[in-house]
Write a protein that binds this ligand. Structure first.
Ligand SMILES: Cc1cc2nc3c(=O)[nH]c(=O)nc-3n(C[C@H](O)[C@H](O)[C@H](O)COP(=O)(O)O)c2cc1C
Length: 312
């Protein structure tokens, strides 16, 4: 199958996998602002093997999201292989990604995420199992430093495998989500990555995007939290200019996003949409009072009442 990564115009942008956020509604919003690739929330290979229908349900997508990558997490290379075959056949995304960097204690305890990334022979088996069970391009996502193992050591160890892309989150596993980002540690991976190299971590605007691209030697950048409340960050980077939405434009976006949520999840989905609303109004005048009202909404009409009551 086609390796779409190789054909992307560089530098390209990728919406990061964000568990609890990057569902099909948000992925479509980010694609509409020019994200070149979008990634699913991480999907458990154990769940895909044991309760496939339920696990597959969360991975369906709309054609307009392409190129769409499904990210897998887990511990057992055999399950990675089985899950890769299932997702390739049933979901037919454009790529598969392997999570080798998640620091959440729950994930590490099961031997997945950063625990997989720290166990090089097992990580290699997982990559090989996925490669043997899919025709899709395969990528991995890892941290710059994982205990005493650097991303450079991991990619050197995997350099003979045909990985189409490698994403390095420029923080250490122990740095969690707020520690310093080291673009230099990403650049050190460059010689070992035959596919595309993607830099991630702390990109929140045009300037941080440009600095990351220069210092990391990456082909593209991946953005997570910088897209929450500001999905137009992809357009800013593409057009090389800062974009500030008016309140009217922002409310149009909020409506569009809410309608997609309701289309896919029903009005019940608006309860979990509240966390997006908090991001959207961050920094607006009276954000605190506005947020308090938005945290109560249960229906589209209640949402409409709150956003039209503001004359920002
Ligand atoms: C709420 C949340 C959920 C995340 N879920 C995932 C995930 O499912 N898979 C993954 O590889 N990384 C996940 N990450 C890490 C992000 O993909 C990204 O590497 C990290 O947030 C750094 O990028 P940023 O500074 O642009 O947010 C998550 C991060 C956050 C904050």
């Amino acid at each position: 199958m086609d390796n779409f990564w190789a054909h992307l115009a560089r530098p390209f942008t990728v919406l990061a996998p964000l568990s609890g956020f990057t569902d099909r509604a948000f992925r479509q919003i980010c694609r509409s602002y020019g994200a070149d690739v979008v990634v699913s929330e991480m999907a458990s290979v154990a769940a895909l093997v044991h309760s496939p229908e339920k696990a597959l349900e969360r991975l369906y997508f709309n054609e307009i999201e392409r190129p769409y990558v499904v990210q897998l997490f887990g511990a057992d290379p055999n399950q990675f292989g089985e899950a890769a075959r299932l997702v390739t056949n049933r979901i037919q995304p454009d790529g598969l990604d392997i999570n080798c960097g998640c620091p959440a204690p729950k994930i590490i305890k099961e031997g997945a995420g950063a625990a997989l990334g720290a166990d090089l022979p097992r990580a290699r088996q997982a990559v090989q199992a996925v490669l043997s069970n899919t025709s899709l391009p395969v990528s991995i996502k890892l941290r710059a430093q994982n205990k005493d193992i650097s991303a450079q050591q991991v990619v050197a160890y995997l350099a003979d495998l045909p990985l189409a892309a490698v994403t390095v989150h420029g923080r250490s596993v122990s740095g969690g989500f707020s520690g310093p980002v080291d673009p230099g540690a990403i650049a050190l991976c460059r010689p070992y990555v035959a596919g595309v190299l993607i830099a991630n971590g702390g990109i929140v605007d045009l300037m941080t995007a440009q600095i990351m691209l220069q210092k990391s030697l990456a082909d593209g950048i991946m953005i997570g939290r910088g897209a929450l409340g500001r999905p137009w960050i992809f357009q800013e980077i593409k057009e090389g200019r800062e974009i500030n939405l008016t309140w009217t434009e922002l409310t149009e976006l909020i409506r569009r996003h809410a309608q997609l949520i309701v289309a896919y999840k029903g009005e019940d989905g608006l309860i979990e949409f509240r966390k997006f609303l908090a991001w959207y109004v961050k920094g607006w005048p009276q954000a605190k009072a506005l947020r308090a009202q938005l945290m109560q909404i249960k229906t589209l009409s209640e949402l409409e009442n709150v956003i039209t009551s503001v004359s920002a």
